[in-house]
Design a binder for this molecule. Structure first.
Ligand code: CU
Length: 165
């Protein structure tokens, strides 16, 4: 399918832009077990290091960020949306192949990392093309915590967060 191959091409370009930094193997199947005596505790989530490389494609962009959970309660990222995209999907990458996931676990006292070559967001059906220097408003929805709305900066197409350019 045409759309699928466009997605794969974009991912290959992204993976090629940076040395593969090792795939984290999250994106476990969404087992909604809540048997850990959680009570009313909520995850305390914060987002850091978010960015969108300026897309090379007119209809698709990738996004990266880290979600940190400071609490002792696990949570789950269940959906992502943005006003610039008709749809935002969440993908894992393993062995060079990416797979769409319905949710990603955020462990207690842990992190969920989206980075080039690994997990990533995919902004599809773009309504406008994000340009370097702009920001994109993105809403993250979780299973337990309230939604978070963040402004993701648009960086250069070859931006590398470890060098800062
Ligand atoms: Cu993808």
């Amino acid at each position: 399918m045409r759309h699928r191959s466009a997605v794969l091409t974009t991912a290959a370009a992204l993976a090629g832009a940076l040395a593969l930094a090792g795939c984290s193997d999250s994106g476990s199947t969404s087992g909604s077990t809540s048997g850990s005596g959680s009570g009313t505790k909520k995850a305390e989530l914060s987002v850091s290091g978010s960015y969108i490389p300026q897309p090379v494609s007119a209809d698709m962009a990738a996004g990266f960020l880290t979600i940190t959970n400071k609490s002792g309660s696990k949570d789950e990222l269940t959906s992502v949306s943005s006003d610039v995209a008709g749809q935002v999907t969440m993908h894992s990458t393993a062995g060079g192949a990416m797979r769409e996931q319905n949710s990603f676990a955020i462990p207690a006292h842990g992190q969920l990392v989206f980075k080039s070559g690994g997990n990533h967001l995919m902004f599809e059906k773009l309504k406008r093309t994000p340009k370097q220097g702009q920001t994109v408003t993105v809403k993250l929805t979780f299973a337990e915590s309230g939604p978070l709305t963040i402004e993701m900066p648009v960086k250069s197409a070859t931006y590398n967060p470890s060098t800062g350019h």
